[in-house]
Design a binder for this molecule. Structure first.
Ligand code: AMP
Length: 553
């Protein structure tokens, strides 16, 4: 029989992160710009105490282990308290993307069977609108104080967050539980059909927090002042609420104020050293800083991911502003970090342009993630920087199934030597990997568009177009856009004899989908290319419209 280790048995729990931060970085600040318009200051110790009070309050409301608590909230200290108060007490923190269409939000909350919903003031009108559709929510909690509670609301028994917290004494001990217990739930609409939930565990979240904080990943330290621009409703702000606690860093939350000017002022005022977000946000910040002739006085490095970081943006940040850019790739299903582009010692002697080419790639896998590229027969391809194939990953923070779905998304892979290489998660991205393990995304096999870091389903847009009486066939593809990375272009074949204008078709989308998801343009063609089995050849269409110029709106 194998010899067992003789170490203390301490499960990897999310509560251990906040307890560590409270005990060892208790006076380190957590600064939040709030919906109410003020700048709020607290500390890790206060966040932990209030998370305990919240855990007591949620238990008093009758919520029990495993139940889901939804959030519709910006980045802020109350959202952080909810992260820890829910997961830490055995509930599941379910962050919902408020930018989705109201019907999608209701669908997601119902699918997750959320029992309570915590919302920021900005989302009160939205939740009032969808409340009649919410089948399982028993408690609505407005994340504000008594003074900002609405005089009237249609939400039944609307609770005040600050009242709930204040009513509890905090005499609460974080419970021990199995580290594989579900801690967090996040839906991704990155694939076709209905959104699907990725359920993270305490173990996967803590391991990811370690991995993300490492020097060749985000390099979070207790000397850093970290401003997560990436929303806490997008895969847990890439794990930063956990990694910052793990190292005891000062955290600055921007709330809903994500425009270039507000961000710049907050960066300077709080002396932010590190941040993370999608390219679109940096564009706003860079435009503001450039137009005003400003410089950053403390900003040292940033992780850019979620969409490909344009080389010009990387160059501006590095060369003009002296901000190190770490290009990263990940997915909701990966908690989300997979690869980050940082050089190895042997690259330091390369000429600067060659170093730059490497940094522009999506980067190298960090410990906790293994990846490779495979062909259509699911056989591993060489790592030569040229062979493009489907990117597959595996590791302790990669999902093995989706919430409520029996079927496994994992696929068997055959190694280059013909041996069984086990089960892997197919990412839907197409990539090359070079001899040094640098991965570069070259295309996407999944049929979606990513605009400003948010998904748009081409299928949904096609289905709407197909319902138009003049449309015979419709395909939606992504076209490159300087601000949003990608925008949808609708390619249409009209019915014989039918005449319809671009504007008529675009008008048809009104009220059927969120405004920002409506295609930017319509291209009329006589035929859409198909495969032998009748599937639309999107790759060909993307090539055909690669240089299509979208109208400026
Ligand atoms: P999400 O689940 O919303 O985080 O989206 C994950 C997907 O975004 C990936 O599968 C990629 O298609 C895309 N993505 C994320 N990061 C990058 C990147 N650095 N470059 C290109 N695509 C990216």
């Amino acid at each position: 029989m194998a010899l067992l280790g003789q170490m203390m048995s301490m499960p990897l729990l999310i509560s251990s992160l906040i307890q560590h931060a409270a005990r060892h970085a208790g006076d380190t600040e957590i600064v939040s710009k709030r919906c109410e318009g003020d700048l709020h200051r607290s500390t890790w110790a206060e966040v932990e105490l209030r998370a305990r009070q919240l855990a007591q309050a949620l238990a008093r409301l009758g919520l029990s282990a495993g139940e889901r608590v939804g959030t519709l909230a910006w980045n802020g200290h109350r959202h952080l308290e909810i992260y820890y108060g829910t997961s830490g007490s055995g509930l599941v923190c379910h962050t919902i993307n408020p930018r989705l269409f109201p019907e999608q939000i209701a669908w997601i909350a119902n699918d997750a069977q959320d029992q309570a919903l915590c919302l920021d003031l900005s989302f009160l009108p939205l939740v009032e609108k969808i409340a009649p559709q919410l089948k399982t929510v028993r408690h609505f909690i407005l994340m504000t104080d008594r003074a900002h509670m609405p005089a009237e609301t249609s939400l039944p028994g609307l609770l005040c967050y600050e009242d709930l917290v204040a009513a509890e004494d905090g005499h609460y001990t974080w419970p021990l539980m199995d580290e594989d217990t579900a801690s967090t739930l996040c839906y991704t609409s990155g694939t076709t059909g209905h959104p699907k939930g990725a359920v993270y565990s305490h173990r996967s979240s803590v391991l990811h927090a370690f991995g993300a904080a490492m020097p060749d990943a985000m390099a979070c330290t207790r000397r850093d002042v970290i401003l997560p621009v990436v929303p806490m409703f997008h895969v847990n702000a890439w794990g930063l609420p956990y990694s910052t606690a793990l190292v005891g860093a000062k955290v600055v939350f921007p709330g809903p104020h994500l425009d270039g000017k507000s961000l710049y002022e907050l960066f300077e005022q709080e002396q932010v050293t590190f941040s993370a977000g999608v390219p679109t946000v940096w564009l706003g910040l860079l435009n503001y800083v450039g137009s005003q002739g400003l410089k950053f006085s403390s900003f040292k490095r940033t992780v850019i991911g979620g969409s490909a970081c344009p080389p010009a943006m990387l160059a501006t940040l590095m060369d003009v502003y002296g901000v190190e850019v770490i290009h990263a790739w990940g997915m909701t299903e990966l908690s989300p970090l997979g690869t980050l582009s940082r050089l190895s010692s042997k690259h330091l002697s390369l000429p600067p342009e060659q170093q730059r080419r490497l940094l522009e790639k999506q980067g190298k896998a960090i410990y906790g993630i293994d990846m490779t590229v495979i062909d259509d027969a699911r056989r591993e391809l060489p790592w030569d920087g040229r062979s493009a194939g489907n990117l597959v990953v595996r590791g302790p923070w990669v999902i093995a199934s989706y919430f409520g779905h029996e079927d496994s998304p994992l696929i068997p892979v055959t190694g280059r030597d013909g041996r069984d290489a086990g089960l892997w998660f197919p990412t839907g991205d197409v990539a090359t990997i070079d001899e040094d393990g640098f991965m570069q995304i070259t295309d996407r096999s999944k049929d979606v568009i990513k605009s400003g870091g948010e998904w748009i389903s081409s299928i949904d847009l096609e289905n709407i177009a197909m319902a138009h009486p003049a449309v015979h066939e419709a395909a939606v593809i992504a076209v490159a856009h300087p601000k949003w990375d990608e925008r949808p272009l609708l390619v249409v074949v009209t019915k014989p004899g039918a005449t319809v204008s671009r504007d008529d078709i675009l008008k048809f989308y009104e009220g059927k989908i969120a405004k920002w998801q409506v295609p930017d343009d319509v291209a009329f063609v006589s035929e859409i290319p198909h495969t032998a089995t009748g599937k639309m050849l999107k790759l060909k269409l993307r090539e055909q419209f690669r240089s299509h110029v979208l109208p400026t709106v």
